[in-house]
Design a protein around this ligand. Sequence first.
Ligand SMILES: NC(=O)c1ccc[n+]([C@@H]2O[C@H](COP(=O)([O-])OP(=O)(O)OC[C@H]3O[C@@H](n4cnc5c(N)ncnc54)[C@H](OP(=O)(O)O)[C@@H]3O)[C@@H](O)[C@H]2O)c1
Length: 250
Amino acid sequence: MAAKNILITGASSGIGAALARVYAAQGNRLVLWGRNEDSLAATAAVCRARGAAVETSCFDLTDFDRLIQALEATDTEKPLDLVIFNAGLGGSMPRDRVAQNAHAAEKMAGVNFTVPVVGANLMAERMAQRGRGRIVLIGSVAAFFPLPMAPLYSASKAGLVLFAEALRLRLRKSGVGVTMVSPGFVDTPMSRGLKEPRLFLITADAAAAIIARKLERGARHIVIPWQFALICIAAKLIPRPIVRAVLSRY
Ligand SMILES: NC(=O)c1ccc[n+]([C@@H]2O[C@H](COP(=O)([O-])OP(=O)(O)OC[C@H]3O[C@@H](n4cnc5c(N)ncnc54)[C@H](OP(=O)(O)O)[C@@H]3O)[C@@H](O)[C@H]2O)c1
């Protein structure tokens, strides 16, 4: 594994915690961010037991001054090889309401879109100056469907897909890689709260293992599990009015 100095957001739970465990090897330095101190400490303890040097920090990523300051300080102290913007907020809409509460909507838009975009933008500049590094954005297969049960969630993740594609073009001669990860259903606290059936469900550990393996090969876009990769290809081929007609049943 080439990457040595790794930052993961949302490492206190689910996919982020599983990614931390995958990268917790002797010689690696992990910088793990989350909000819940106990959960983050539990992830850190497992990673230290596996031989990694671990630093943790608990703060709300939508405190943008703190986010920018923390990224700059972490990268200045020891240049980051791999930054995984994983933290996210999910959940589907209650059926008895048309729209999300305004503050919940602001929070979701911030955590799912603005935080990774602001963070990736900052890291792109620093990594390009060094001529190396990889930025990873954890999106969702929800990005490829206009989900009436989660309009803001699917839109926030769709925005990340276009951002990743454009940033990759911008960085094409810089030596810096950009990887978009689009998971289907992964068994974490986030998906356990959903009312919809969790098709092709995989564990967070399985998801993290696939992501790490494909990142090692320099993948640009990782869709997991493979069944959703096929569904996403099909969705691009099916005329949009048919996709809308099917989804409008919700
Ligand atoms: N699970 C799925 O089926 C699934 C499917 C597609 C995409 N994804 C994406 O995968 C990523 C990880 O999700 P998950 O399933 O692992 O969810 P999770 O278990 O709920 O974990 C979410 C993580 O994000 C952190 N987080 C949320 N809001 C934050 C904020 N304002 N500031 C700092 N940290 C914040 C949480 O921190 P605390 O817990 O400490 O508050 C937690 O560590 C998300 O981007 C999600 O959209 C998940």
